[in-house]
Design a protein around this ligand. Structure first.
Ligand SMILES: Cc1cc2nc3c(=O)[nH]c(=O)nc-3n(C[C@H](O)[C@H](O)[C@H](O)COP(=O)(O)OP(=O)(O)OC[C@H]3O[C@@H](n4cnc5c(N)ncnc54)[C@H](O)[C@@H]3O)c2cc1C
Length: 437
């Protein structure tokens, strides 16, 4: 591992720009195929979108309505894979979907949807259930009782998004030919006639720059991609993104009597997740257009008002106020433009791989959950250029980088002890990433 710009080599086969989950996924895949690679991020690793998600590994129950079955199938299989590969960073959670007498989706429709969801997971999901009103309130006492008919219950996973990104990066960096540096920005780049790329890197803390060469460059810059590529005179880049802003708030677990995650479906057609994690509850998200600034966003007052209003509509007894908010965060979904969908909420979460020049790879869109399969498109192309066989099952392996402290591998933990360890892990990590309002 290296820790300074001065320690980089002068040449790498591949340079990856962006240390979010997508860049990390490509980095790990190339590392497993022994391709010498440098990954850089202008900010801290996972400090942008990849630590600002709803923290779910999920198939996307709402994409069923858009008939995005291949996407849901792929994401559910990835979710169930990571539950096995990183049990210390993600766990399965029950999601209650309350049904009211005026709900747009009646009980029979929910039942069919949840069955389809389990079917698309090849029945790897724990099976869905239907609960009546009393059973629903037994588990989630603060939920609005009036007109409640019952709930559908399905299973997705909760993930520590920032930390899984770091572990994917660390696993890649185990290969001594693969280096990763944070706070190093892409200052400039030039595609040379001899097929190489001249890349100018800038240490964002010290201000110094360094020239490094590579054969392939990968842009895994998420929502920043259009802005980064617009600077190049050699790539004639048409903007591909429809960036969509989303915010979350954390409230204390004491403020809401719920024992499972709940999916709220307000009348505006959006969905809001209420997800207990350790001693807190995550509430989000919003969906709106992005203004000029993209880095290190904070929620707006309107977004906070929107989330609180919906929370109080579904949990009227709790009377949650702004003072109850422990912290909040905002990020930008790197949605790819899709002419067939008119609204942000319905824009498909598919990813796209562009190759504007034969040694320039741009990977955008998708979801956190599907980062491994997204990365395969780029990794396959680069590995083939090295005249090597691309083995897609390599990324199914457990991390080579072993956690020194992996309690779930130890036998004999009681459920209470396991819950205690999970609580510690989540709190420690969330405190790193969240800023107070
Ligand atoms: C509100 C919200 C909720 C979401 N919830 C979920 C969810 O529950 N489940 C799910 O599967 N997905 C979810 N997503 C989607 C998921 O978070 C993203 O698809 C994913 O994190 C994108 O990762 P990325 O690596 O492409 O982008 P990022 O994580 O943003 O990484 C891009 C990196 O590029 C770096 N960079 C930019 N410019 C430069 C430069 N010039 N030089 C060097 N580095 C640069 C940035 O610093 C950044 O770290 C959610 C997204 C949002 C916004």
């Amino acid at each position: 591992m290296i820790s300074n710009l001065s320690e980089t080599k002068d040449f790498y086969s591949t340079i990856i720009i962006g240390g979010g989950i997508v860049g990390a996924g490509v980095f790990r895949d190339l590392s497993l195929h022994d391709i010498d690679t440098l990954l850089i991020d202008k900010k801290d690793f996972a400090s942008q979108t990849s630590s600002k998600s709803s923290k779910m590994l999920h198939g996307g129950i709402r994409y069923l309505e858009n008939f995005d079955f291949p996407l849901v199938w792929e994401a559910l299989h990835e979710k169930n894979l990571w539950l096995k590969l990183a049990p210390h960073l993600c766990f399965e959670e029950k999601f209650y979907l309350p049904i009211y007498s005026d709900s747009i989706r009646p009980k029979w429709m929910i039942r069919i949807g949840l069955f389809l969801y389990d079917l698309l997971s090849s029945f790897q999901n724990s099976p869905y259930e239907m609960k009546n009103k009393i059973e629903t309130l037994e588990i989630n006492a603060d939920l609005k009782e009036e007109d409640l008919k019952g709930s559908g219950v399905y299973h997705d996973a909760v993930v520590h998004d920032g930390r899984l990104t770091i572990e994917v990066l660390r696993d890649a960096a185990i290969n001594p030919r693969c280096h990763a540096l944070n706070h190093i920005g892409l200052e400039d780049y030039e595609f040379l006639n001899d097929g190489r790329i001249r890349v100018i890197l800038k240490d964002e803390i010290e201000g110094v720059t360094k020239e490094v060469f590579c054969n392939d460059i990968v842009f895994a810059t998420g929502p920043f991609t259009d802005k980064v590529l617009a600077k190049s005179a050699q790539i004639h880049w048409n903007p591909q993104l429809l960036p969509s802003r989303g915010s979350h708030i954390w409230i204390s677990k004491e403020r809401l009597k719920i024992k499972t995650a709940i999916l709220l479906t307000p009348n505006d057609g959006r969905v809001i997740f209420v997800i207990p994690q350790a001693d807190r509850i995550l509430v989000g998200t919003t969906e709106s257009k992005v203004e000029e600034e993209y880095f290190d966003l904070q929620p707006t007052a309107e977004e906070i008002t929107y989330l609180l209003a919906n929370l109080n509509q579904y949990f009227p007894k709790a009377k949650i106020q702004e003072d109850d908010i422990l912290s909040s965060f905002a990020g930008i979904r790197p949605l790819v433009k899709d002419d067939s969908t008119a609204t942000l909420g319905k824009t498909a979460r598919v990813h796209k791989y562009f190759q504007p020049l034969k040694n320039c790879h741009v990977l955008v869109g998708g979801k956190y959950t599907t980062f491994r399969t997204m990365a395969q498109d780029v990794a396959r192309s680069i590995v083939h250029k090295h005249k090597k066989a691309y083995i897609q099952d390599k990324t199914l392996a457990e991390f080579r980088f072993k956690m020194r402290y992996n309690p779930f591998k130890q036998k004999g933990f009681t459920p209470e002890q396991e819950a205690q360890v999970r609580k510690y892990e989540f709190i420690r990590c969330e405190e790193d990433f969240n800023r107070r309002l």
